[in-house]
Design a protein around this ligand. Sequence first.
Ligand SMILES: *[C@@H]1O[C@H](CO)[C@@H](O)[C@H](O)[C@H]1NC(C)=O
Ligand SMILES: *[C@@H]1O[C@H](CO)[C@@H](O)[C@H](O)[C@H]1NC(C)=O
Length: 210
Amino acid sequence: MFYYALFIALTLFTVVLHSKPATFRANQPKPCCVPNQFSALITTSTAAEVPNAETVATYSVFNFSYDLTRGLVGAKGISYSIIDQKESNLWIIENVAENQTYIIDLNSKKCIKESSSIGLFHCIPESATYLYSSMHGFDNNQFKGDTWYVEDNNAVSFVTVSDDGNCIPVSTNTFISNPHAVNSATITNYVPKINDPSIFDIPEECKNIV
Ligand SMILES: *[C@@H]1O[C@H](CO)[C@@H](O)[C@H](O)[C@H]1NC(C)=O
Ligand SMILES: *[C@@H]1O[C@H](CO)[C@@H](O)[C@H](O)[C@H]1NC(C)=O
């Protein structure tokens, strides 16, 4: 069940798109779509009450790549469990088109295959509510971020994206009702490309499992 938390750890991408008529005020930013391809470092904190299992609390740092055109998400990094104080080196590959997620423990070389995927977050939905803007960085290297409130049946999220025309994801805070979970994610080291395409290549240890 520990792995369940990893899904939640990547809930940055779970925001379900709902459409409600948009009522924009004149001075408010327009909902935008994040780039089709990027890599970044994602730092997340997650706490979750997993049904019939113990509570999960993790802090994770992942090199992360996102390719909307191919429907792929890849993440490789470290997840630290606060409760049992264990660190795991993990590699997660999600194929959204095939609805498959592979989770590889890089220490034990064990692969787990799940027939589900959390999907790709692409756009701030039209139904989102603009909350506020803030400046990120310092001195002459600043950019504006817009924070949106996004709601769906099972979760509410506060999502911040850059307001520089690129819609670069900056951070998310998500509250999920079923199962109970909270997740925050911060995105740094953003580059508008796939740093290492092999992050999407299903490794040998995943090939013979059902
Ligand atoms: C992310 O990738 C960089 C470059 O390959 C590497 O130096 C760094 O250790 C990686 N970070 C994590 C958390 O795996
Ligand atoms: C992915 O598979 C799971 C389990 O079979 C299923 O519940 C879910 O609806 C599927 N999702 C999509 C997007 O096909």
